[in-house]
Write a protein that binds this ligand. Structure first.
Ligand code: AMP
Ligand code: MG
Length: 316
């Protein structure tokens, strides 16, 4: 076999650091592939971000309660998939949680009142979104609905980059969006799977466990790095769209899936659903695994659900 080289490349995007580890025979070819991959991430961020005023999602949020808005067919397919994942998670994952996120993010002295939450809940829910599959148009049935792909976008970008790199002939690599979604293409040269650590949500410098992946994705959701502080109390940035309140219960939730976009949505959903409902979900979806971290009596405890190839924590 020809000698192989490995490159590592990083780029800030989507509010995190995208990182690629690619192996192949030509360093120049791998560097070019990495550039193409980063260009794709930038294109997707410009399309999906609610923080960019003229992104396709921002323009849709501004107009779709007045008129049906035609969008890029690939973005439309992502919204269809989001609707399906919302259904499969009994509404725990819901891209219309955007208005609730805005409500909680804008509170500073006191949490929103029950009345305020109820008012925003009336403009939350996938049943308010009309997706016309023939026209690729999106229409909101109520004013004030807001789609936010924050729980899905990084996984989707990782997925698009993985597809691109595989098309470019890359057979060994890792794609990571700030560790929130990681996809392993194939395996490292000298092993049959990549070993990926899951951070300890309490001591962020350490790892609580590690999993082995081959053509699989690992996505993690938690509240230790991103949260809202209201009146000195920390609330999760992940909101249960059924009651309009920040999720609590787990310290972190990871999903292991074939598709990183699905994994990103599911880690957010599992964080809300908790242990029992995640077990039920994985029982019904044999390709999906979960690693949940709970607050045990003597520190955080790890619970693996479904098919998870867990391994010892390594140093690197
Ligand atoms: P993640 O880090 O992937 O779990 O995504 C969390 C982000 O998704 C939040 O910061 C919100 O922007 C958005 N979000 C919050 N709650 C939900 C939910 N229940 N379903 C979908 N997106 C959500
Ligand atoms: Mg997510």
């Amino acid at each position: 076999m020809a000698d192989t080289v490995m490159i590592r490349a990083k780029r800030p995007a989507m509010g995190c650091e995208f990182e690629l580890v690619l192996r192949g025979e030509s360093r120049d070819y791998l560097l070019e592939a990495a550039e193409e991959a980063f260009a794709e991430v930038v294109r997707l961020e410009e399309q999906m971000s609610v923080f960019i005023p003229d992104s396709e999602i921002s323009r849709m949020n501004a107009a779709a309660s007045n008129v049906p808005v035609r969008i890029d067919p690939r973005l439309f397919d992502l919204l269809l998939r989001a609707a399906q994942l919302s259904h499969e998670t009994d509404g725990a994952f819901d891209i219309t949680a955007g208005a609730l996120s805005q409500l909680w993010n804008s509170a500073s002295d006191a949490p929103p009142t029950n009345e305020e939450i109820a008012a925003v809940l009336s403009r939350t829910g996938m049943s308010l979104i009309d997706l016309d599959e023939r026209e690729y148009t999106v229409w909101y049935r109520e004013p004030g609905v807001r789609i936010d792909l924050g729980a899905l976008g990084k996984g989707h970008a990782v997925r698009q980059v993985a597809d691109l790199l595989v098309e470019l002939g890359i057979v060994n690599g890792l794609i990571s969006s700030g560790n929130s979604s990681v996809y392993a293409i194939g395996s490292p040269m000298d092993d049959d799977a990549w070993t990926l650590g899951i951070r300890n949500p309490v001591d962020r410098s350490g790892r609580i466990t590690a999993v082995r992946l081959n053509d699989q994705a690992l996505s993690t959701s938690g509240s230790h790095e991103r949260f809202v502080e209201i009146g000195g109390v920390r609330y999760s940035h992940i909101i249960d769209p059924r009651n309009g309140r920040p999720a609590s219960g787990l310290l972190a939730a990871s999903a292991i899936t074939a598709d990183p976009a699905e994994g990103d949505a599911l880690s957010t959903a599992f964080f809300i659903m908790g242990i029992e409902k995640t077990i039920t979900y994985c029982d019904g979806h044999p390709g999906v695994g979960a690693v949940l971290v709970t607050e045990g009596s003597s520190g955080p405890e790890v619970i693996s659900v479904g098919v998870v190839h867990q391994t010892e924590v390594e140093d690197s």
